[in-house]
Design a protein around this ligand. Structure first.
Ligand code: DC
Length: 236
């Protein structure tokens, strides 16, 4: 066991419920929640602000190598920081979503974030959510989930979220964007979105958050009690 507990990896496409479920599971277990998509989004925001072309790989790399990004816990909320600036809201626009998916296919971008993510999860007691956590970032994570849901349902969830923020995008447009982004994330050469052979797949189509959460928590607790029992046997 790592210092503070195990590493839990949660991967899956956008709108599969990863963020909501990771936050709730982390709270129940007393684990730290690390939203790795937010790290990629922050780099995309910095690329956009710098004005470099997203397909100019060396210019994008220069922006990423200079970036200082991380999280700050503030009254129970997790804020995403670029240097001293709180970018939590600014990284959640459809434009940044598409740009993030585009730049996250680049080797240098992934390399910068790979070491940061490994450093953040090193001591355990963490749940990381993303696209390649169980396959690339922490292939030795003790518990791995792959969350999925139908494209229509994921598009609907994203649409409702965007509507709350005052967006005028239609449901059809939102579903089309979700599908386009998934294709981009799954078809890329480096660390593509895919389910690892050892991940537990949970399809949340038509399921409530509560029932999926319960299933995930049960699996984690089963793992923890089995590994504690075998550790006790090992030290007896
Ligand atoms: O989870 P999200 O929608 O916030 O992620 C935004 C984009 O970041 C997503 O389209 C792909 C990329 N990403 C990635 O390539 N690897 C990760 N571990 C997390 C996100």
């Amino acid at each position: 066991m790592r210092n503070r507990g195990v590493v839990i990896a949660i991967d899956g496409p956008s709108g599969a419920g990863k963020s909501t479920l990771t936050a709730l599971l982390a709270e129940r277990l007393g684990y730290l929640h690390i939203d790795t998509g937010a790290l990629y989004r922050t780099l995309a925001l910095l690329v956009k602000r710098t004005g470099v072309a997203p397909d100019d790989h060396s210019a994008v790399e220069a922006v990423c190598r200079k970036a200082v990004i991380g999280f700050r816990r503030d009254a129970g909320h997790c804020r995403v920081m670029a240097g001293d600036e709180d970018v939590t809201g600014a990284i959640r626009t459809p434009e940044i979503s598409m740009l993030t998916s585009q730049i996250s296919a680049q080797a240098a971008v992934r390399e910068v974030l790979l070491s940061l993510q490994r450093q953040m999860g090193r001591d355990g007691g963490v749940i990381l959510e993303g696209r390649d956590i169980g396959t690339v970032v922490f292939p030795d994570a003790e518990v791995k989930f792959f969350l999925s849901a139908s494209a229509d349902e994921r598009g609907l969830r994203r649409f409702l979220e965007l509507q709350e923020k005052g967006s005028t995008a239609t449901l059809e447009e939102t579903i089309a964007e979700v599908v386009r982004r998934d294709r981009q994330d799954a078809d890329r050469e480096l660390a593509p979105l895919r389910k690892g052979a050892d991940a537990v797949e949970i399809d949340s189509t038509g399921e409530t958050i509560a029932s999926v959460l319960e299933r995930m928590e049960r699996l984690v607790r089963e793992y923890l009690s089995t590994s504690a029992a075998s550790e006790r046997r090992g030290s007896a």
